[in-house]
Design a protein around this ligand. Structure first.
Ligand SMILES: [Zn+2]
Length: 168
């Protein structure tokens, strides 16, 4: 997935806010940031690893890693008496797992690592021989789903901003 992680994160966090009644800008921001956080490993991929390992094989694309991080974060928050620790950890984990789910749409993710190296992907984007590999993804049907997510998120964001109490 290329362009829809953040829009999808917004849609999920917004939906979670409404479903749980936990309306808080911090929760929304946490879900949005978490939805793109795993791809920060691209810095390692390009700057350190010299593109030797697919970045989906890094720790940041291992769902159980994030389950552990969020669980530890929640536990620490609870120990420190942070009343909203569970909600923050929940919004973060939801955004992080959404990222992996969307990546699994057209790329392989090791959902059960470290227990098994089995890779899961919904569909494979074939190499069509374009000079720039990105065209393989942009011209694949899965990119239409990305565009749909972007349009939905943008429409709801505009609606939310128009209906925000601070803009009335
Ligand atoms: Zn990713």
């Amino acid at each position: 997935m290329f362009i829809a992680h953040l829009p999808a994160g917004y849609l999920l966090a917004r939906g979670l806010q409404r479903a749980t009644g936990q309306r808080n800008a911090g929760f929304l921001a946490t879900g949005c940031v978490a939805s793109v956080l795993p791809d920060t490993d691209l810095a390692w991929f390009y700057l350190v690893d010299n593109r030797q390992t697919p970045h989906h094989d890094y720790l940041f694309h291992a769902p159980f890693f994030w389950v552990a991080v969020c669980t530890i974060g929640w536990a620490l928050g609870r120990l420190l008496g942070m009343a909203r620790a569970r909600a923050y950890a929940g919004f973060a984990l939801a955004g992080l797992l959404l990222h992996m789910a969307l990546d699994s749409f057209a790329a392989d993710i090791r959902w059960l690592w470290p227990f098994t190296d089995t890779r899961f992907e919904f569909t494979r984007v074939p190499d069509q021989g374009y000079d720039w590999w990105v065209w393989n993804f942009v011209l694949h049907w899965t990119f239409a789903a990305e565009l749909a997510l972007c349009v939905c998120a943008l429409g709801l964001l505009i609606s939310d901003l128009r209906n925000s109490p601070s803009t009335k």
